[in-house]
Design a protein around this ligand. Sequence first.
Ligand SMILES: Cc1cc2nc3c(=O)[nH]c(=O)nc-3n(C[C@H](O)[C@H](O)[C@H](O)COP(=O)(O)OP(=O)(O)OC[C@H]3O[C@@H](n4cnc5c(N)ncnc54)[C@H](O)[C@@H]3O)c2cc1C
Length: 455
Amino acid sequence: MSENAMRLSRSGKYRSPVMAGPVVIKPTRAVEIKNALGPESNYAAPFRPLGGNSAATECTSSSVGTVIDVSGLNQIRKVDPDGETVTVQPGVRIGDLVRELAEYGYELCGGHDLMSRTIGGAVAGGCIGPTFGDDGAFLSSQVRSMKLVTPAGKSVEIRSDQQNLMHAFRMSFGMLGVIYEIKLRIRPIRTFAVTHRRCTFDEFGAVAQKIANVDVGLKFFLLPFRDRVYLDIRRDSPGATGTHRIPWKVKDWGESTVLPHVFKSISRIVPMSGVRYRIIDEISQMTQGIVNNRLVSTGSNSTSQMSSVKSDDAARTLKYSTWFFPAADFAIVVQAYRDFCFRIQETSGFRCDMPTVGFRIGRDNTALLSPSFDEPMIALRAISTQSKGWGDFAIDFGDFARHWGGSPLFNQTREVPPEYPSQVFGSRFSFFRKIRRQFDPENRMMNPFLSQYFL
Ligand SMILES: Cc1cc2nc3c(=O)[nH]c(=O)nc-3n(C[C@H](O)[C@H](O)[C@H](O)COP(=O)(O)OP(=O)(O)OC[C@H]3O[C@@H](n4cnc5c(N)ncnc54)[C@H](O)[C@@H]3O)c2cc1C
């Protein structure tokens, strides 16, 4: 038994029920979470909360203990237009909340893809999109208060005036307890203008520094093997009209549903990698050309998030890993990333079939484990529909990212060595660990994946 596993099993204060393998429970009332974590519980540690299950790492799973699937807690409790807040249970899907808010003429602050993830997962994990202005870089920055059950089975409420605690609880990856209610800031639907640009890596590198330092919503798609970058740049445009939903739905469908499906099929029926990747790149380029350049010129967070919760199914099976790079270095990093992709393909034969997606992430110092706590960052998400070769690629991508000072997110970044987070997060990491130990001295929320960083 590993040292971590031994420490996990040494919980003296709680019952030690004899149970084999992980148990999954799906509470529909907060009291069931309380009972599950409380001293009289029949469930075994470690406890891991689970939302939409779209994490790329093992932060939601455990081979033993209890997984608490909160997706059954899915009520929108109160939309308060006057106070500009909404109160929800954690299992509410982003897509469902966006639709409900639109009925009131309101929207979430920030555009966030993948409508099937839960608000709980987005707040307890990292949730990014092409945000700008007062959007806040991560959705967790919009949390006004949250109620949760602590690892010891007690209910607590954390309010925004408890600043230090709030900074620890946002993006805490379920280590400080299970959230059962969240109050989020919302705002009246606001329009933005969208500009689309297509350029080469050299051209992108030349303007990357400038773009990175401007407060715009930036999402981009990198096609290293075609030397193409497709940019989606969003700016405030209060006077903009015609923010129709259908073009945004088509855009999202092209990017998130069509490409993964088509690429999976092509990989099955075209065995020769040279031909396969030529076809794949051709389709990517065509799709980006159509969906990004022709369809939308205006939008809002509300219309850009109108894709259906169900249409995410194909996307959720993708392999991905996201790293955050200082925006100030990105002009060089993006060129180096292209060289890296070529090098890996030459040496291992593997390459990602999906375009790499990037976002500009503004400074966000509202969470201790925020990758952009000190400065704006650029997120790069490498994505593949193929499992074979992906594991080694994720390791190499991790080496590349660390070389360039990359920061991780514990639910989205794969292959982070145990000692690395304390190097990049510094004293904030030690502070978070201290708070974690106070809330969970028995390490009841620690599975082996989290233990390697936080014990
Ligand atoms: C195709 C695809 C596209 C994506 N696009 C984006 C994107 O554009 N932007 C982005 O930021 N991410 C993206 N992601 C990553 C992922 O969706 C996010 O990390 C998301 O925040 C996870 O939400 P979830 O509901 O699936 O949470 P889960 O993966 O289930 O959980 C995430 C973390 O939160 C914890 N948690 C969940 N619920 C609770 C709770 N109630 N209380 C306490 N802790 C809890 C879990 O233990 C875990 O540590 C994408 C993923 C895929 C597959």
